[in-house]
Design a protein around this ligand. Structure first.
Ligand SMILES: Cc1cc2nc3c(=O)[nH]c(=O)nc-3n(C[C@H](O)[C@H](O)[C@H](O)COP(=O)(O)OP(=O)(O)OC[C@H]3O[C@@H](n4cnc5c(N)ncnc54)[C@H](O)[C@@H]3O)c2cc1C
Length: 341
């Protein structure tokens, strides 16, 4: 029996994949609904090409798009918008572009993104990039996990690891004691606090980023468009997501959008939120933290992209007991001092 703490996209994926393998699993979160943490404020671009893939993320990137395709087949209410991306935010050009990424000039950019007022001289086009609604994906995973027999305990207070005879035996919370042979910590930046009573310090930085949600005419933005000042995409008809630096304002984001696109004058900011992204030093942190196997950690940046792959691999290793080779560069060994010192 395992207990997963954190019903963000990572915990939801771990719970779903365990339930799919027929393993008993309880998913716990202090919030009354899934995806109220960083996942609920994510830009949620997914892609396996280009970008920065620190540490063990490099070994997972090749599976990202296939795992999303598999999930779309398994969960009918989960959908990926395969819009491709156009970047001119300092992305590399020429030979370093790699497979599946193309340099396009101003005419090509105009054809792909007709709403842009002044296309740059060139941009990098990655047709395989896409995006999801991270809240919808997490909700779909949690519903499917429940349908497969997982228990969900949401809206609890005071979740803490319960130690018996030197081993973690489960999680206590306002909803009682939840026994577990393994507790999976998928609580993002707050994994550090949950581990403090064990004297374990995990190297997870909280990196702020701002998301702005806006209304817009359908189809105003076609691809994922990333310039030096902002990144924008349509998440569904009439709704845009933008990321800007945390120090920028939502009004500033709207000004950037209106300056960049024809037809954006009527766009309106719905809301904005700055969230602390969990960024483990050295890339994804995934694996057993205690020698007895009672505590397992699953924390990473770009987790919307990586969660389907990581959830599949974590569930496989927890259920079969066989370590997944793909995760070997994500392990806590050598990154988390065992004695907290
Ligand atoms: C503006 C922005 C843009 C981003 N863009 C992208 C992108 O384009 N692509 C991408 O892949 N990623 C992106 N990310 C990063 C991505 O959103 C995160 O990596 C991901 O959401 C982390 O998911 P998580 O499940 O680890 O954490 P969370 O979603 O934070 O989930 C952790 C859960 O644990 C719960 N919890 C915490 N402590 C406790 C406790 N003590 N007891 C009970 N429950 C607890 C919380 O309530 C929360 O629900 C972006 C993030 C931001 C903010």
């Amino acid at each position: 029996m395992s207990v997963v703490v954190g019903a963000g996209v990572v915990g939801a994926s771990v719970a779903y994949h365990q339930a799919r393998r027929g393993a008993p699993v309880t998913l716990i979160d202090r919030a009354p609904a899934p995806a109220t943490g960083v996942t609920g404020a994510s830009f949620a671009r997914i892609g396996g090409r280009g970008g920065h893939w620190p540490g063990g993320a490099e070994d997972l990137r090749g599976s990202v798009l296939a795992d999303y395709r598999r999930l779309e087949a398994e969960l009918p209410d989960l959908a990926v918008r395969r819009s491709g991306s156009l970047r001119w935010d300092g992305a590399p050009v020429g030979a370093e572009l790699g497979v599946g990424r193309f340099r396009v000039g101003a005419d090509g950019i105009r054809a792909l993104e007709p709403g842009l007022r002044e296309p740059p001289e060139w941009a990098v086009h990655t047709p395989s990039d896409g995006g999801v609604d991270a809240v919808a994906v997490t909700g779909a995973l949690v519903r499917a996990a429940r349908g497969l027999g997982a228990r969900t305990v949401l809206g609890v207070a005071g979740a803490a690891l319960e130690t018996v005879g030197g081993s973690v035996a489960g999680v206590t919370s306002s909803a009682g004691f939840h026994p577990a042979s393994t507790v999976v910590l998928a609580a993002g930046t707050e994994v550090c606090e949950l581990l403090a009573p064990l004297g374990l310090e995990v190297p997870i930085e909280a990196s702020p980023a701002r998301l702005v949600r806006l209304t817009a005419p359908s189809g105003l933005v076609r691809a994922i468009v990333a310039g030096p000042e902002f990144e924008v995409r349509e998440v569904r008809a009439g709704r845009l997501l933008m990321t800007v630096p945390p120090t920028s304002s939502s009004a500033g984001a709207l000004r950037h959008l209106q300056a960049a696109f024809h037809g954006a004058d009527g766009c309106r900011v719905l809301d904005t939120r700055v969230s602390a992204r969990p960024v483990p030093a050295g890339g994804p942190l995934v694996g057993h933290l205690t020698p007895d196997g009672s505590v397992y950690v699953a924390v990473m940046h770009s987790a919307v992209t990586l969660a389907p792959t990581v959830g599949r691999l974590v569930a496989r290793e927890l259920v079969t007991g066989e370590g997944a080779d793909e995760l070997c560069r994500c392990r806590p060994e050598g990154r988390v001092p065992r004695d907290g010192g």
